[in-house]
Design a protein around this ligand. Structure first.
Ligand code: IMP
Length: 429
């Protein structure tokens, strides 16, 4: 198998959807391995916008699209997303879409818990989740209470599992909400969804083995970003799955030996939705300008993203821990009108200069970013497809990032359209 894992190196929203779509044209299959419909992948093809949350981005190119076992699936949402994308002219059928029978389900009660929990927290204590039940669903998985698609084979046992999950959560819900949630309606709804989704459900580890035996090309599509990883991110302001490429194996059943090429997606600046530390955040007119030009609003929740400068410490840790061997720099064109550009190269913490991303940054409120300032190019780069055509200052900006992180930039994205890229190195030919 030739494989490529694509992951975000920041807090998500780095533009992975577009890059997956671009590279999916060379792939035989695209695999999601973690997260759920908290992801928001936007693809613009011939000025038509496609927004995907749970379906792998390869579906738009009619590539075999696989939801691996590490993904938590809300069947109600999945049905809706399939309906919406079908209405946009994209066919979803049993030859191009497969869901792992080992996927755990997000039930309506998980969504409910996610929202009431967030409402109970005050101010900066709120994580700012997407409210889609991701955390509670993963918690039930880890607590060995969770429900998988394979459980639908025995309806009696399935109903018992529903009762046990609802009983477990109702103790807590009753205390805070003064009422219990009945499992019955949800059981009926989910059963109905299962009936329409069952045709897509398969043993995906085996499918991946068969694809490997046939020497097929597989693209693993990460969701969220490195700093939302449960272990390596800015805990507790993280998502509830491991977003790092090593999880592509666990979350799909693909043999780790298949996963050699890892591509990290990095915005030319930084954004974050939800709460949590953000050392290079610009809560001022610079952040406003980045957000306005970059159209920085969450695909899933519509929330305004926080914006700031590129952070090299973050990038270096993401590259090291993820095993990234090439980068894609996205949204370069958003910087076109800035006279000066800043890149954070170290932090000052308690009067000490720190060059490597420190652990537990969330408890440290004294992080002062130290910047290198580069001259902006103040020219249009949107749509440029050749490196030599970029203004000299833009070339210098890119080369400086490569030097600072000791990693190649293989692709530069210069606009939202599929063909608005500079391909420096072919990464998946
Ligand atoms: P959850 O994944 O809904 O539990 O949210 C946990 C944190 O991850 C929140 O800060 C969300 O805003 C953030 N998050 C989850 N998915 C994405 C994503 O796809 N892009 C950016 N942020 C995300």
């Amino acid at each position: 198998m030739t494989s490529l894992v694509i992951v975000g190196t920041q807090w998500g929203d780095e533009g992975k959807g577009k890059i997956v779509d671009l590279l999916a044209s060379s792939a035989d299959a695209v695999v999601r391995f973690q997260g759920g419909h908290n992801a928001g992948h936007t693809l613009v093809i011939n000025s038509k916008t496609f927004k995907l949350s749970l379906l792998p981005s390869g579906i738009v190119r009619q590539k075999l699209s696989i939801i691996g076992n590490g993904v938590v699936v809300d069947p109600i949402h999945l049905e809706k997303e399939i309906r919406e994308i079908t209405n946009q002219g994209i066919e979803v059928n049993t030859s191009n879409f497969v869901i792992s029978s080992d996927c755990f389900l997000i039930l309506p009660i998980h969504r409910y818990i996610d929202s009431i929990r967030e409402n109970l927290k005050q101010g900066s204590k709120k994580i700012g989740t997407t409210g889609r039940g991701i955390g509670p669903a993963y918690e039930d998985k880890v607590s060995r209470r969770g429900i998988r698609f394979s459980d639908f084979k025995n309806l009696k046992e399935l109903e018992e599992k529903f009762i046990s999950i609802y009983n477990h959560h109702n103790v807590w819900i009753e205390k805070f909400e003064g009422k219990e949630i009945s499992y019955l309606d949800d059981f009926e709804i989910i059963l109905k969804c299962y009936q329409s989704l069952s045709k897509y459900i398969e043993n995906t580890w085996l499918l991946l083995k068969q694809l490997n035996d046939k020497n097929k090309k597989i693209l693993f599509e990460g969701a969220q970003g490195f700093y939302l990883d449960l272990d390596h991110g800015t805990y507790p302001y993280v998502t509830s799955s491991n977003t790092v490429p090593s999880n592509a194996s666990i979350g799909s059943g693909a043999n780790p030996k298949y996963l050699k090429r890892i591509l990290g997606i990095t915005k030319a600046y930084t954004t974050r939705v939800g709460n949590g530390p953000f050392p290079t955040e610009e809560s001022n007119e610079i952040g406003e300008k980045l957000g306005k030009i970059g159209n920085e609003f969450g695909t899933v929740t519509g929330r305004k993203r926080r914006c700031g400068w590129l952070d090299i410490l973050m990038l270096k840790k993401a590259i090291t821990v993820s095993g990234i061997n090439g980068l894609v720099l996205t949204k370069l064109d958003v910087l076109d009108s800035f006279r000066d550009l800043k890149i954070c190269t170290s932090y000052k913490i308690n009067n000490q200069i720190v060059k490597d991303y420190p652990s537990n940054i969330s408890s440290n409120h004294q992080v002062i970013p130290i910047y290198e300032t580069l001259k902006g190019w103040e020219e249009k780069t949107k749509g440029i497809t050749k490196f030599e055509k970029l203004p000299l200052n833009a070339q210098n900006f890119i080369k400086r990032i490569e030097t600072l992180v000791s990693c190649n930039i293989d692709i530069i994205s210069t606009g939202p359209e599929r063909d608005e890229n500079i391909i420096i190195n072919e990464v998946f030919s």
